[in-house]
Design a protein around this ligand. Structure first.
Ligand SMILES: [Cu+2]
Length: 147
C-alpha cells in the first residue's frame, strides 16, 4: 500500500493539468474543410479564459496545393508562422480575422470574426490564453476553405 500516496499525488497533478484552458471544441473543426466561409471561428475551452489577457488570431497559411489535403504537412507549415506572428502587436492588416465578438471579461466560448472575402486556402487559428486559474496555454489549429 506504500505506492498509494504516490498514485494519489499523480492523480492530483493530472487533475491540475486538466484544469488548464485547453480547447474542447471548435468550428470549423481542426483539420476540417469548409466549402463556405463562416462569419466567425468559434473556440470552446475547458475553462473560462481572461479575454483581455489572451490573444486570438487567424492567419492565411501559405501552402502548396498538394499540402491542402495533408493535415500533418499543414501543421508543419503552420508551426513557424504561429511562432512568428502570435506575439506580434499591431498586425491587424496581415490577419484574416477582424477581432473578437466577445465582450465579457471571462468566457469559455470565444468567437473570432473573420474578414469578408477571404481567399480559398488554408487558415491557422492560433491562441495564447490566460485561464481564470492563472495558467497560460498556447495552441493552434488549421482548417481549409475550399469552395
Ligand atoms: Cu490550469
Amino acid at each position: 500500500m506504500k505506492a498509494l500516496p504516490t498514485v494519489l499525488t499523480a492523480l492530483a497533478l493530472a487533475g491540475a493539468a486538466l484544469a488548464h484552458a485547453y480547447l474542447v471544441n471548435s468550428s470549423p473543426a481542426e483539420n476540417s474543410r469548409v466549402r463556405t466561409l463562416p462569419g466567425e471561428v468559434r473556440l470552446g475551452f475547458a475553462e473560462a479564459v481572461e479575454v483581455r489577457f489572451s490573444s486570438f488570431k487567424v492567419y492565411a497559411l501559405e501552402a502548396p496545393a498538394e499540402a491542402l489535403s495533408n493535415p500533418r504537412r499543414l501543421k508543419e507549415l503552420a508551426e513557424p508562422l504561429v511562432e512568428r506572428v502570435l506575439p506580434l502587436r499591431g498586425d491587424e492588416a496581415a490577419r484574416a480575422d477582424a477581432g473578437l465578438k466577445n465582450t465579457a471579461r471571462t468566457t469559455e466560448n470565444i468567437e473570432i470574426k473573420l474578414k469578408p472575402d477571404l481567399k480559398p486556402g488554408a487558415y491557422v487559428v492560433m491562441w495564447r490564453v490566460l485561464s481564470v486559474d492563472s495558467h497560460t496555454t498556447s495552441d493552434f489549429l488549421v482548417f481549409t476553405y475550399l469552395p
